[in-house]
Ligand binder design. Structure first.
Ligand code: ADP
Length: 544
């Protein structure tokens, strides 16, 4: 027997309808690439997204299933583009401008993008690769007539001119909620990047899960600043979940340095924000250099994408009275998986134990099934100590990559192997110990590079830390700790190793410390262990 409830396909335009109808006057504030701060409301966003949507059909010929690339910062035009294109049943493919040009060429062609919407910033990059993009029909430059650049891009159209051609009376077409809606490639730290294809249904369900109280707990009284880019896994859903909640949005545009991020946090009274640790490192350094500055409005900082170091969490909570939610997820998971919010029943946990728990990557939001297994797929206990391969299942999680790539990551029971190694404790809090490919195997046992890095970051004078395995004749691999010092500060090998004593087991102690000017990062702002291992390929440990 079927239920007698209405059929209401979960299409993303419904989020915009809701924001317009019930939070129409709520603001969206953007730092524009052209310079000035731009302000308007959800009502304006809705009207312009409809106009644009009508125009992309009439002028660009975009139809259901077409893939349209965007290479743009977080801003109102980028948000309009998303809703305009997705609303037609076409697919928005966000391009990460930090990828190498060859990688961009690969993913644009692999995804079969038809048009590309670009911010002014990225016009030169596209000009340099357009000869290798035979299927692209043209480029929409996300600016007004007055700022249109002199460009060699073929069929370059001014965004505002295009938008003017559309009719704001457009009615969104209806289609199946499983229709593809967005696309994002993983950064390809192993082999070619792989395409993840979100659906309307997965985006709406994921945004609802994100809003929940024990997840990000978004409210219409919030002012939310997604510093995490829209090209990094849907800005962690905030461009869907914030309008769903009716919250004010602040878009930082191209400027993500400490001073610029601080300025918007302060002037717009941002209450919640989200980004990778690298961003917060820059903000905290800026605040340290300007001791009079505080963060009086900021209630919650979501930190994910890489492990949140203890020193960072303590600084926000103890120096600035802003709470931190440590979150873990993946492009393949839309991306949120776990969040470190306090669970009912743990209110009485002593402070020290709660800090250890809060530093973990968190517990699953509703819609996430999660388990750890050994290499043969046997489930492992949730005792907080046993490490295993982390596997996940749920309606916001990929069931395949585009064009059948990477099929080995999905098993026939529908579990996706995250490639992460983790523990899960008795309360359900998961802790990542490493990516499977970064784990250090010493004498047959695993050493967690993330733990060592976090403790090293607590040593005064250390700005950034990375641990990699180096070949060792006796132990197979041993850890090398690579350090970047804070500008103008000095720290010795003995001090760094001394700061780890008593915090990690003896046999995890790095065999050596190397000081470098810079640690390489991936396009999503994570430490690139692959590049670091290549840089230290010929390095010999003193113990070898
Ligand atoms: P990329 O394209 O760089 O792989 P993702 O954002 O999809 O981008 O990367 C997901 C991976 O990032 C996870 O599998 C995990 O290894 C790592 N990661 C994400 N959040 C955290 C976190 N809070 N702590 C540790 N690692 C994390």
């Amino acid at each position: 027997m079927k239920g007698l409830m209405q059929d209401w396909p979960l299409l993303v335009h419904r989020i915009l309808d809701h924001a317009r109808d019930w939070h129409g006057a709520q603001e969206i504030v953007s730092r524009t690439v052209e310079g000035p701060i731009h302000r308007y409301t959800y009502r304006d966003l809705d009207r312009r997204a409809r106009k644009l949507s009508d125009a992309v059909v009439k002028r660009l010929g975009i139809k259901l299933g077409d893939v349209v690339g965007t290479i743009a910062w977080n801003g109102y035009r980028h948000m309009e583009t998303w809703y305009a294109i997705m609303g037609q049943g076409a697919v928005v493919h966000t391009l990460n401008p930090r990828l190498f040009p060859e990688q961009l060429v690969y993913i644009i062609n692999h995804a079969e993008d038809r048009w590309i919407f670009t911010d002014l910033t990225f016009v030169p990059i596209l000009e340099g690769i357009q000869d290798k993009l035979p299927n692209i029909k043209g480029y929409v430059i996300m600016t007004d007539t007055g700022h249109m650049p002199d460009t060699s891009l073929k069929n370059a159209i001014c965004y505002e001119d295009l938008l003017e051609e559309g009719d704001e009376g457009l009615q969104w077409p209806q289609f199946d909620e499983n229709t593809a809606c967005g696309m994002c490639y993983t950064s390809g730290t192993t082999g070619n990047p792989k395409g993840v294809l979100y659906s309307h249904r997965s985006n709406v369900l994921h945004a609802m899960a994100t809003c929940a109280g024990d997840a990000l707990g978004l409210r219409s009284t919030d002012t939310i600043m997604p510093v995490v880019p829209m090209f990094h896994a849907n800005a962690w859903s905030l461009t869907f979940s914030a309008p769903m909640a009716g919250a004010k949005i602040v878009m930082p545009g191209a400027k993500m340095d400490g001073a610029s991020v601080y300025e918007l946090l302060e002037t717009e009274k941002v209450s919640a924000t989200a980004a990778v640790p690298t961003i917060w490192l820059m903000l905290l350094q800026y605040l340290e250099q300007n001791p009079d500055l505080k963060l009086p409005h900021l209630e919650q900082v979501v930190i994910g994408g890489s492990a949140c170091p203890e020193a960072m969490m303590r600084s926000f909570i103890e120096n600035y009275e802003s709470d931190v939610i440590h979150a873990w997820g993946m492009t393949e998971m839309s991306p949120l998986g776990t969040l470190g919010t306090r669970k009912g029943g743990l209110e009485g946990m002593d402070n020290g134990t709660w800090w250890q728990t809060k530093l973990k990557q968190g517990r699953p939001a509703f819609t996430i099934e999660m388990k750890i297994t050994d290499d043969n797929g046997n489930a492992l206990p949730h005792d907080g100590e046993t490490f295993g391969r982390l596997k996940v299942r749920g309606p916001g999680i990929a069931k395949a990559y585009l064009k059948g790539d990477g099929a080995e990551n999905f098993d026939n029971e529908g579990w996706f192997d995250t490639g992460d190694v983790s523990t899960i404790d008795e309360h359900g809090y998961m802790q990542i110990t490493d990516r499977a490919k970064d784990v250090i195997k010493s004498g047959g046992e695993w050493i967690s590079s993330i733990d060592i890095e976090n403790f090293a970051l607590g040593c005064p004078g250390v700005a950034e830390a990375a641990v990699i395995g180096i070949a060792h004749p006796k132990w197979d691999e041993r850890p090398l700790l690579v350090i970047v010092k804070k500008p103008g500060e000095d720290v010795t090998k003995q001090q760094v190793l001394g700061s780890l004593e008593g915090k990690i087991v003896k046999w995890w102690m790095p065999d050596d410390v190397a000081f470098v000017d810079e640690i390489p990062h991936t396009a999503t702002g994570k430490i690139s262990k692959l590049t670091l291992r290549q840089q230290f390929e010929d390095y010999r440990l003193p113990t070898a």
